[in-house]
Design a protein around this ligand. Structure first.
Ligand code: ADP
Ligand code: MG
Length: 250
């Protein structure tokens, strides 16, 4: 069964349709990359999937449970409690890290463990340090974000999300804010997460990375899915829009 399912998602801003009926699904352990030009609605789609933004139409399911179902015949929303439960299933890693600057690295990772998962301080610290260690950042635990490189900050943000043991982790252009020489360390950390049970949905402009890591790729333009399939299928597509988009990366 799909851990995430989005059906016919629609969204408009000030009367302009940004998402024109997007459908996607992601199974346990699967890596789905979403590619497409700037402004095509990728971030808006992730914000709807992670309940940061409301959709005007369509359906969203986690683990088969409806979070909203806004179709011709019905307008159904999960209760606040059901939404809080669903939020425990996913994590989100942003382009700009979103770390708290006045907290140490370890406190940044511990905080959601304490406030979302209600762990004790000791349990949270143990878990945070284990995940920081996995990210190769244990020696940075007591430092503040300003003293880290962009790549290290993003690895802390990934550690913070991973510590909550999500079933699905969303990344919105995780390397776009980084200097090119720092991109590799973040991509290799993401690569190292593949092959476990956790599913990943990755919005990225790193085409080689997307091709290597993805089980499936979805290409969006102007709020529509233009092409979807295995990396081989998508990268060899004869679809004009797909070809011209990929042409910009060669
Ligand atoms: P992408 O992530 O693919 O670059 P976005 O989802 O950020 O695309 O944006 C898609 C379109 O929606 C853009 O035209 C953007 O200007 C518009 N948009 C996104 N968020 C808002 C908002 N909060 N208010 C108004 N317009 C928005
Ligand atoms: Mg975006």
């Amino acid at each position: 069964m799909a851990i995430l399912e989005m059906k016919n998602i629609r969204k408009a801003f000030s009367g302009e349709e940004i998402l024109k009926g997007i459908s996607l699904s992601c199974k346990e352990g699967e890596v789905l990359s979403i590619i497409g030009p700037s402004g095509s609605g990728k971030s808006t789609l992730l914000r709807i999937a992670t309940l940061l933004e409301k959709a005007e139409g369509g359906e969203l399911f986690y683990d088969g449970k409806a979070i909203f179902s806004l179709t011709e015949g019905q307008k159904k929303q999960a209760t606040k409690e059901e939404k809080e439960e669903a939020k425990k299933l996913f994590g989100l890693v942003f382009q700009n890290f979103n770390l708290f600057p006045h907290w140490t690295v370890v406190k940044n990772v511990m905080d959601p463990l304490i406030h979302v998962q209600r762990k004790t301080k000791e349990e949270a610290e143990e878990k945070a340090k284990a995940v920081l260690s996995q990210m190769g950042l244990l020696e940075k635990a007591e430092q503040y974000p300003y003293s880290l490189s962009g790549g290290q900050k993003q690895r802390v943000a990934i550690a913070r999300a991973l510590a909550l043991e999500p079933k699905i982790l969303f990344f919105d252009e995780p390397t776009s804010a980084l200097d090119p020489e720092l991109t590799g360390e973040v991509l290799s950390v993401i690569r190292s997460l593949k092959g476990q049970k956790m599913a990943m949905v990755i919005v990225t402009h790193e085409m080689t990375f997307a091709r290597d890591i993805s089980d499936r790729i979805l290409f969006m333009a102007d709020g529509e899915v233009i092409c979807e399939g295995s990396p081989e299928e998508v990268f060899s597509s004869e679809q004009e829009r797909m070809k011209s988009f990929l042409g910009n990366y060669q």
